[in-house]
Design a protein around this ligand. Structure first.
Ligand SMILES: Cc1cc2nc3c(=O)[nH]c(=O)nc-3n(C[C@H](O)[C@H](O)[C@H](O)COP(=O)(O)OP(=O)(O)OC[C@H]3O[C@@H](n4cnc5c(N)ncnc54)[C@H](O)[C@@H]3O)c2cc1C
Length: 412
């Protein structure tokens, strides 16, 4: 049998694929191929918000990588979130984290053009990894002895494949047993603006839970050099049910919403409005099979409440690399063996995903949303509790319990 091109082939070099490559390269002398249809730097439609999850995963991948990220200039530190309830009242929630210092903000905003290029440059610098850019995976075939990926530049073979080619990519379409479902998929739009006024101090990101978008939201995230990332995300089921034209809706909000429109009076849009899908992790799925694992959006792991997917993409990429190293060391590529990847992903991310799904369902009720925000505005203790929830899963779990709202109602 001819020699395989690689031990492991990773399709896609976004946050999931890049993290998988970086982690696997540290695990042994494996020959790793990463292919991406794009040439970096490349754009990715996104809100560009990098949560504390991203920061902690960079550290876990490699302290040296994290140090380089600290020195990476194309990012803005962010210290909190402004939630705007459907009734227009807002609640400012600083990210409270034991990790946070003024020198090290808890979160960041960085254009994906820049952040993904930072990760791809890291991949390019690894001695046992070949990053093949402008290489489009057209089809994938799992054979007895190998995986073959047909690309625009010929066929590549490997013992094992990590599918990290994003929402509705070719690896998910070919290998996954699940399909996109409207109740677990979100449609998103993004536009860059220069000159939006009224941006919050400390680069707070803003989530506006407008009634017509629930449980989704409209966002304004600050970016370096006076730019802002502006967009909206709506559950596909809601888009269909309400027959929403998202581009028209975005334009209408920016032109006519009484609190939002004045802030865009002197703003100019740069490069138009672009859309992309968000596969949500609100349902458990099979993420692996004979000779393959899916990571990031290819595995549908986006947080269903916040729409945050970069951190989970990186975490799942790292877990896929750990299982890939075990699989390659033992020459074991069976479906049964690789199931440990699914177990580890859901062990690490499952509780948070299920909890966020509950919060997403609660966000469907504008009256409940308004009520919590009103109460928190007048209660430093409640506001403090919500601040800590971003870092404390137990506290967030409280927010998903009916007893939490009963106590609030009783003023406790
Ligand atoms: C509108 C919108 C706003 C969002 N906002 C946020 C946010 O603010 N914060 C956050 O954390 N998450 C956000 N997300 C989610 C986030 O963008 C994704 O979860 C994240 O990009 C997933 O990373 P990934 O590596 O799995 O996939 P991707 O980032 O999509 O990377 C996939 C890579 O695969 C390559 N590829 C695709 N097909 C092929 C092919 N056939 N052959 C070769 N290469 C291929 C692509 O070029 C790409 O480089 C948002 C998503 C959307 C749509």
């Amino acid at each position: 049998m001819p020699e395989l091109n690689f031990d492991a082939l990773i399709v896609g070099c976004g946050p999931a694929g890049a993290s998988a490559a970086i982690a696997l390269a540290q695990k042994g002398a494996f020959r790793i191929g990463v292919l991406d249809k794009a040439k970096f730097p490349r754009d990715k439609i996104c809100g560009d918000a990098l949560s504390g999850n991203v920061v902690s995963t960079l550290k876990a991948l490699s302290p040296a990588l994290y140090e380089r990220f600290q020195a990476f200039p194309e990012k803005l530190g962010s210290y909190g979130i402004r939630f705007v309830a459907p009734n227009g009242k807002h609640l400012d929630v600083p990210f409270k984290s034991p990790r946070a210092t003024v020198a090290e903000p808890p979160g960041f905003i960085s254009r994906r053009m820049d952040f993904d290029n930072f990760l791809a440059s890291e991949v390019k610098s690894l001695p046992n990894v070949s990053l093949l850019e402008e290489t489009l995976a057209e089809s994938v075939q799992i054979g007895q002895e190998s995986v073959a990926v047909k690309t625009n530049r010929g066929t590549l073979t490997a013992a094992l494949l990590i599918g990290a080619d994003g929402a509705n990519g070719v690896t998910t379409r070919t290998l996954a047993t699940f399909k996109p479902e409207d109740a677990h998929f979100c449609a998103g739009l993004r536009a860059y603006y220069k000159g939006v006024s009224g941006m919050r101090e400390q680069n707070f990101i803003e989530l506006h839970f407008l009634r017509e978008l629930l449980p989704g939201y409209f966002w304004i995230f600050p970016l370096p050099n006076g730019y802002a990332n502006v967009g909206l995300g709506v559950l596909s089921r809601v888009v269909k049910k309400k027959r929403l034209d998202l581009k028209k809706l975005l334009a209408r909000i920016i032109e006519t919403h009484p609190d939002i429109a004045p802030r865009f009076k002197r703003a100019t849009m740069v490069n138009g409005v672009k859309g992309y899908g968000l596969p949500l992790g609100s349902k458990r799925r099979a993420l692996s099979g004979e000779r393959f694992m899916l990571a990031g959006d290819a595995a549908s792991l986006i947080d269903p409440f916040s729409g945050e997917g970069i951190g989970n993409a990186m975490k799942s990429g790292k877990l896929a690399a750990e299982v890939a190293a075990e699989s390659l060391a033992q020459r074991e590529f069976s479906r049964e063996f690789l199931k440990r990847y699914d177990e580890r992903v859901y062990q690490k991310l499952g509780s948070e995903l299920w909890l966020s799904h509950t919060l997403q369902r609660l966000a469907n009720f504008p009256a409940l949303f308004n009520f919590v925000v009103n109460r928190a505005r007048n209660s430093p203790t409640l506001s403090e509790t919500i601040s800590c929830m971003f870092d404390d899963l137990e506290l967030r779990r409280e927010l998903s319990k009916p007893s939490f709202y009963v106590k609030l109602l009783l003023g406790r």
